[in-house]
Design a protein around this ligand. Structure first.
Ligand code: SAH
Length: 466
């Protein structure tokens, strides 16, 4: 981020605009939304600018800018539509310690003016650092359409009511009240009786909320999917959005964590296969403790929470503590990975079963029915299979599997840095070790990328860049 968005206090402060043409007028239209004291310095001013001066809305100094004109200015706009003149006036303003914006000159400006959606006191600023004005305009149009025009009125009246609402306990109770006001009771009151109806509606609403019992804590065991936020279910997204506490695993991506509310407590339970991690018992206790304070807890697990997620232990902890819970399924890593190969897990005439297995469990390398898996046409999705690759390869070959059986490893499935290794059982190791995989990876036994088989015949191993 090259520009950090802030809201500058301008009420009663001095803002100076150099220039009296259309370019200056466009800035003035925005600045006039504020309570700033605006001075325009321009040798020539067009009618629109002069009219504002006659109405007393701005002070017009009818001459070219001179040293001293930008003294005590909080903001300064060089808006002459003339590069040389803008550079000259900007130098003066710099010396006089104003923050300077040169219109249409991003590189030499100290601040830039965003696209604004105005529902005062709710103000939305959209900036693209000059990269995509078209995008900013489209986002603005979209928001203008989405946000009710009375939102500002609701917010203004709501603000005067904040002290009264303090009667509700802080946190979820108070938040529920405000959300009810902005999205239900407030708009309904305006519709029924105009803005005069808002205050009585607020009083009624507060009384109702004071009467209702505190909401009980709850735990959602949520599947975060393989990493791409677009692969979240709508239900998961909603739960994350409403959570007071989010307890997440190491494999949940930052883009997904971004979806939580800013006030939500984010707890990293980073369970790592062979590294440092929070003990499962501690995670169970944490989930329950938070729910017992009345919080809406989201336990966020990568992929689908029911697949190699130690879900039962967390469910049992909730049940033992009498805490309500719900499972929200997610897209498991295998589903995302197979899609990236343009393949299907099952295929008529090839395999009518799919095995989802783990390379290791709490006791070490996991044993499976290797004899059955070694049969022709079998397909398995192997989770946590990086470290156990040699063990799996050895077991399958020992039980008579064809060394030419395709093996495909997908690292970081669905993410920007996804990587696919296409090999065979015979070459599975050292291919996997040599690839230096650092992200989560899933191994498919008996499946190749759709068009890689022919290539794999000539090349013993092949890496497909994505
Ligand atoms: N519940 C998760 C699996 C948790 S076990 C799910 O349903 O996907 C962790 C293992 O999942 C990792 O070791 C890796 O084998 C696999 N995995 C998780 N995310 C992955 C991703 N984006 N790409 C490839 N494999 C992934």
């Amino acid at each position: 981020m090259q520009h950090f968005p802030v809201f500058v206090a301008l009420a009663g402060r001095r803002v100076v605009v150099s220039g009296g043409g259309e370019c200056a007028l466009a800035k003035l239209r925005l600045l006039l939304k504020t309570e700033a004291r605006i001075t325009v310095v321009a040798a020539e001013a067009e009618d629109g600018v002069r009219k504002l001066a006659n109405e007393g809305r701005i002070t017009l100094i009818s001459r070219a800018m001179e040293p001293g004109d930008a003294l005590c200015a909080t903001l300064f706009y060089a808006a002459n539509d003339d590069e040389a003149e803008d550079t000259r006036v900007a130098t003066i303003a710099h010396r006089e310690c104003a923050m300077v914006n040169i219109v249409d000159n991003l590189a030499d400006s100290q601040f830039i003016t965003p696209a604004i959606v105005d529902r005062d006191p709710v103000t939305i600023a959209i900036g693209t650092e000059g990269a995509a004005p078209v995008l900013a305009r489209a986002i603005k149009a979209d928001l203008e359409e989405k946000l009710p025009s009375q939102l500002g009125t609701l917010a203004r009246i709501g603000k005067t009511f904040r002290k009264m609402a303090d009667a509700l306990p802080m946190g979820r109770k108070r938040r529920d009240f405000w959300s009810d006001y902005y999205f239900n009771a407030g708009p309904a009151a305006i519709e029924a009786g105009g803005t005069d109806g808002i205050e009585p509606a607020l009083h009624d609403l507060l009384e109702n909320h004071l009467k209702t019992e505190a909401r009980r804590g709850h735990v959602d065991l949520v599947g975060a999917g393989p990493g791409d936020p677009e692969l979240l279910t709508l239900k998961a997204r909603k739960a994350i959005n409403e959570a007071d506490v989010v307890i997440y695993d190491r494999l949940v991506t930052p883009e997904i964590l971004e979806l939580a509310r800013r006030e939500a407590l984010m707890v990293d339970a980073g369970k790592e296969g062979f590294g440092k991690s929070m003990a499962q018992g501690d995670i169970d206790a944490l989930i329950v403790e938070h729910a017992q304070t009345g919080a809406q807890v989201v336990r966020l697990k990568s992929g689908d929470p029911t697949v190699f997620g130690r879900l039962d232990e967390e469910i049992e902890a909730c049940e033992a503590a009498g805490v309500s819970y719900r499972i929200i399924p997610g897209i498991t890593a295998a589903s995302a990975a197979v899609a990236s190969l343009n393949q299907s897990f099952t295929k008529r005439g090839r395999n009518s079963a799919l095995r989802i297995i783990t390379g290791h469990d709490t006791k070490g390398y996991a044993d499976h029915d290797w004899r059955a898996l070694a049969q022709p046409g079998e397909v398995a999705a192997i989770y946590m299979g990086k470290k156990s690759a040699r063990f799996i390869q050895g077991r399958l070959l020992m039980h008579g599997a064809d060394p030419a059986t395709p093996v495909t490893v997908i690292e970081n499935a669905s993410r920007m840095d996804q990587r696919i290794l296409s090999t065979t059982l015979a070459q599975m190791e050292p291919t996997i070790s040599n690839a230096g995989l650092s992200g989560p990876a899933i191994t498919f036994y008996g499946l190749a990328p759709r068009h890689a088989l022919e290539a794999a015949d000539t090349l013993p191993q092949q890496e497909l860049a994505q």
